[in-house]
Design a protein around this ligand. Structure first.
Ligand SMILES: [Mg+2]
Length: 287
């Protein structure tokens, strides 16, 4: 009971704070409040990210020592003669965009490309804890660091500026920042870009905050996503490093079937229906 009471109290407080009491649609954007505050203020978030990148460093060494090792499901053939690489996602993997989320909450807005574009062009996103150390560690060991991001190609220059501002390795001898739409066939599904890297490199490690950073799951249902997660259970923390992102991701759209025609209220209702109030899953799976 307690968390429910607390969150109802919290919602009331927020409604007052933002002057939204009684306004049914007024809390657009507020759903991300706790997620954004967790990312910005909790020691738990920092510890999770640092833990992820420490594991990444250790597994990079393991993967480098094994010439047959690859982290990319797109890797075809014998990778042992190819130079090593890692593929990192950008948003919420190496760069922290929580200030952008905070702006959406303050302005009571949903995600929109205009505000996002402005934020990206400011090039002031801070590194996710542990990310910079990991990327430099990889580069120091002769591993080419690729960034595969769904930021649009038009934002490539600003993204490069943001990354290099904090010292992320950006190998000038190759195109290592692979944006969406930069080349034909490079859509939001990152698989084609992973394949492009894997044709030329042995992909030792993938790091991301979304299932799409590892597998082609663009519009897969929650059930399909669960089953893929389980199928690749041996990859997590070994070849694949997942960063926490409670604020957004394909998991969220999967909750309402990727239906972009729904209003914010309809989406919230669909999500509410997904809340589990019993230990149903345990009952479904007898020991
Ligand atoms: Mg991301």
């Amino acid at each position: 009971m307690r968390p429910v009471v607390r969150s109802a109290w919290m919602a009331g407080r927020l409604a007052l704070l933002f002057g939204l009491a009684g306004c049914a649609s007024g809390n657009v954007g507020l759903e991300g409040l706790d997620a954004t505050l967790w990312t910005q203020h909790s020691a738990e978030y920092r510890a999770s990210a640092e833990q992820a990148f420490r594991t990444a460093r250790q597994m990079l060494d393991v993967g480098l020592a094994d010439p047959a090792w690859s982290a990319a499901v797109e890797q075809a053939g014998d990778p042992s003669t190819l130079p090593p690489a890692v593929i990192l996602d950008v948003d919420e993997t190496v760069l922290d965009n929580s200030p952008f989320q905070a702006r959406l909450i303050r302005e009571e807005r949903e995600f929109n490309p205009e505000m996002w574009g402005r934020w990206v062009e400011e090039a002031q996103a801070l590194p996710v804890p542990g990310a910079l150390e990991f990327a430099r560690y990889a580069a120091d060991r002769g591993v080419r660091v690729f960034y595969v991001t769904n930021r649009d190609a038009e934002h490539e220059e600003a993204t490069a500026r943001n990354l290099s501002r904090f010292g992320f390795p950006l190998d000038s001898a190759a195109d290592v920042l692979l944006t969406r739409g930069e080349r034909e066939g490079w859509g939001s599904n990152k698989s084609t870009r992973r394949a492009w890297v894997a044709e030329r490199h042995r992909v030792v490690l993938l790091a991301g905050d979304d299932l799409n950073d590892f597998l082609p799951v663009s519009r897969s249902s929650l059930e399909q996503r669960d089953s893929l997660e389980a199928e690749y259970a041996s990859y997590w923390g070994v070849r694949w490093i997942m960063l926490p992102n409670p604020a957004y991701g394909s998991w969220e759209a999967a909750l309402y079937g990727f239906d972009s025609t729904l209003t914010a209220e309809q989406r919230r209702a669909r999500k509410g229906e997904r809340l589990k109030t019993d230990g149903e899953r345990l009952e479904e799976e007898p020991r």
